[in-house]
Design a protein around this ligand. Structure first.
Ligand code: CAA
Length: 241
């Protein structure tokens, strides 16, 4: 059996591609999801990857969910913090609820998921934490003050934790996808997507979920042991850091 990898939001979108790619690379994969039972059941049926339901926004639920995954498969050695939501609105229309929901999932979710696995990774002297941030955490995006703030926070979390984990054989890295052809991006108004967003992408297309999954597979591997605290951008040239 390969190393155990846990992917949050792992049954849909970029997360589903990550789960499948890690399984193909030999990992024992568990996919967490928060809400869509039907999609999770279909994902398990088509991939054989088990799914576990809890919200990454709830610390106690993360502790219990991770315990369930570890009881079934063994200690989590690779954690992919991929789960994320959008509640887009121009700031003057953004509600405190839209701000909080995005912060709770997209930023606090990283604390809630990483904290329960961290001591085990330190004790075993091996770990891989891979955080899926966003181009919009790097450059900011109108209509996403909440999302951009949370995703920028994910990068600070990555950099701080990388320094703590280094002595214990744990690497912590972030990936900043650009606009990838998932439900989240396709939910953007078609006119906004076609007229305002795609023209800003030099390669002239949305990214593919697999193009992010391949980076995760590399960062999880032993070959990537010297890479920690890094941010890898995959955005078709839309924002060059
Ligand atoms: N910069 C400055 N002003 C902008 C702007 C921009 N980029 N985009 C829109 N505006 C302005 C508009 O011109 C308009 O101005 P007026 O009122 O003077 O005409 C005003 O803001 C309102 O714009 P909308 O008509 O679009 O307002 P809305 O309330 O209907 O929609 C919105 C607002 C939902 C935020 C919509 O603009 C939108 O969906 N924008 C795209 C946001 C986006 O990129 N989200 C990414 C989602 S995918 C993702 O998050 C994954 C990832 O990591 C990349």
């Amino acid at each position: 059996m390969g190393r155990v990898a846990l992917v949050t939001g792992g049954s849909r979108g970029i997360g589903a591609a990550i789960s499948v790619a890690l399984k193909a690379a030999g990992y024992t994969v568990a996919a967490n999801y928060a809400g869509n039972d039907e999609a999770a059941a279909a994902f398990t049926a088509s991939t054989g990857i088990p799914t576990y339901k809890w919200s990454v926004a709830d610390y106690e639920a993360c502790v219990a969910g991770i315990a369930q995954v570890e009881a079934a498969h063994g200690p989590v050695e690779v954690l992919v913090n991929n789960a994320g939501i959008t509640r887009d609105a121009m700031f003057h229309k953004m509600t405190p609820g839209q701000w909080k929901e995005v912060m709770d999932t997209n930023l606090s979710g990283l604390f809630n998921m990483t904290h329960p696995v961290w001591t085990g990774m330190r004790d075993r002297k091996f770990g891989r934490v891979i955080n899926i941030s966003s181009i919009n955490g790097q450059k900011g995006q109108a209509g996403q003050a909440n999302y951009s703030a949370a995703k920028a926070g994910d990068l600070g979390f990555t950099k701080a934790l990388a320094q703590e984990g280094a002595r214990a054989g744990i690497t912590v890295n972030a990936i900043c996808p650009g606009y990838i052809g998932t439900e989240m991006v396709r939910a953007i108004d078609e006119k906004v997507l076609n007229e305002r967003i795609i023209p800003q992408i030099p390669v002239g297309r949305l990214g593919e979920p697999d193009e992010i999954a391949r980076i995760v597979t590399f960062l999880a591997s032993d070959d990537a042991g010297f890479i920690t605290g890094s941010t890898i951008s995959a955005n078709g040239g839309q924002f060059v850091v």
